[in-house]
Design a protein around this ligand. Structure first.
Ligand code: ZN
Length: 450
């Protein structure tokens, strides 16, 4: 069956069929550029009979459908909107809150990317997927791969282990939202909602005293061994197009592209993804002709992208300085020390193309924003989402945005307090100290897990 999309290099323009794995352009050229998908469907036509992310199948590089996929819920804010004096504030919510129909069991938009990356692989592949994560991506891949029995090795710093949790609702999802997210009558439906342990094909390695950057290095090293392959982070078209469905959900609900898009960024992959989705929607012609301005934020004092953008440089400051700052921020998932900033199609380019800007919030501003969201929207936010809201508050207060404009606030990481949920923490299969990280014995230990 012919694929419904091609892969295209943003530098040399070469187009080719997807093998499910490719991360880089096969042509040789000095510049590195992100690959992109080019779909044969030019119009945005969600499949309304599908409730999860697969309703956007026409604009996803997926080959087969998996179970357990939720999607973004977009709604118009009432109380928060009034408090901030922003009448056209919309919230794109990626989290767990059955009352709002939000069913991402690991509570962040990383679940959208995990679903798409795994669905992009052919159903018959035999290699083990290797993923590095600060915590949220680990939870998402652990959940999706465990439900669907896809071999996966996840490497996470010890500080991110507390995020490896899954939601089990104590009442039926149908009762809460009128939706299961799965085919009616599917025998797996019950077990999918009650995951309490990992499937043996999924292994988690925790790094004691190490950070996200160390996790990325170890994952890169292992993925070069026979039988393993790298998920690829921002380079993976599945990851970006999965996260880009946040913009598709927003436009499906609002009926037009927003003027501004607020999100906190670690790597910035999510922001690149929504920008790419916005370009597709503009090409459709029915939702506006102006790209949403990307209003992106980081958590002070770890703000390398902010500094680089404000000095209009493609290069980031040195990692040695950043490592100390990482330890001081409350939103540690925003601590990516090698973001895809300079690469063609990366953060620098999407900020420029969208006429966007960078902001930051300190820890105190972030915690105040989290309190405000709890009070007005009844949802407990993860710190990263607090950073995004805190910068929206500042941009509004200092009149950096048009208050009448349509504003989309991307909230990823949040749970309702009253959703009768139980959380299950997943334990690692192996723990490594920083001293052990790059020894031959360590590689042997990891291989022995499979
Ligand atoms: Zn190329």
């Amino acid at each position: 069956m012919p694929q419904h999309y091609k892969v295209k290099c943003q530098f040399c323009g070469i187009k080719f069929d997807d093998d499910g794995f490719i991360l880089d352009c096969p042509a040789q050229h000095p510049e590195t550029a992100l690959l992109m998908t080019e779909y044969s469907a030019l119009m945005f036509e969600p499949n309304c009979s599908e409730h999860g992310i697969s309703r956007y199948h026409n604009w996803l590089p997926i080959r087969h459908h998996l179970y357990s996929a939720g999607r973004t819920v977009t709604y118009q804010s009432q109380k928060l909107s009034q408090r901030l004096g922003l009448p056209n504030l919309w919230i794109a919510f990626n989290g767990y809150c059955p009352e709002k129909g939000a069913m991402l069991v690991t509570s962040t938009f990383k679940e959208l990317e995990a679903y798409t990356v795994v669905s992009r692989l052919g159903a018959q592949h035999t290699k083990t997927l290797v993923v590095a994560s600060a915590g949220n991506t680990a939870a998402a891949f652990a959940s999706v791969c465990s439900h669907n029995k896809v071999p996966c090795l996840i490497i996470v710093p010890e500080s991110g282990l507390h995020r490896l949790k899954f939601t089990r609702s104590t009442r039926s999802v149908e009762e809460a939202s009128g939706w299961t997210g799965m085919p009616a009558g599917d025998p797996q439906a019950t077990s999918l909602r009650t995951l309490t342990s990992l499937d043996p094909v999924v292994k988690i390695v925790s790094l004691v005293g190490a950070d996200y950057d160390d996790a990325i290095k170890l994952a890169t090293s292992i993925s070069q061994l026979d039988g393993f392959f790298q998920e690829g982070g921002v380079k993976n078209i599945g990851r970006r197009d999965g996260m880009g469905t946040t913009m598709l959900s927003a436009v499906e609900t609002i009926g037009q592209l927003p003027d501004y898009y607020f999100q906190a960024i670690g790597s910035g992959a999510g922001a690149i993804a929504v920008h790419e989705a916005a370009k597709r929607l503009i090409a459709d012609g029915r939702f506006g002709q102006k790209l949403p301005q990307l209003m992106l934020s980081q958590n002070f004092p770890f703000i390398p992208i902010y500094h680089a953008w404000k000095s209009q440089q493609r290069q980031l400051q040195s990692i040695d300085i950043s490592k100390q700052q990482v330890k001081q921020i409350v939103a540690d998932v925003l601590s990516n020390q090698r973001p895809p900033y300079a690469v063609i199609g990366g953060v620098f380019d999407v900020l420029k193309e969208s006429q966007g800007d960078m902001f930051f919030a300190n820890n105190q501003e972030t915690l105040q924003a989290i309190d405000l969201f709890q009070e007005t929207e009844g949802i407990a936010l993860d710190p990263a989402a607090g950073v995004a809201l805190a910068t929206l508050i500042k941009a509004s207060k200092y009149e950096l945005i048009d208050c009448e404009a349509h504003i989309l606030l991307h909230i990823t990481g949040g749970r309702c307090h009253n959703s009768n949920q139980q959380l299950y923490l997943i334990q690692p299969s192996l723990q490594l100290t920083q001293q052990e990280l790059f020894t031959q014995k360590t590689l042997e230990k990891v291989l022995a897990l499979f």
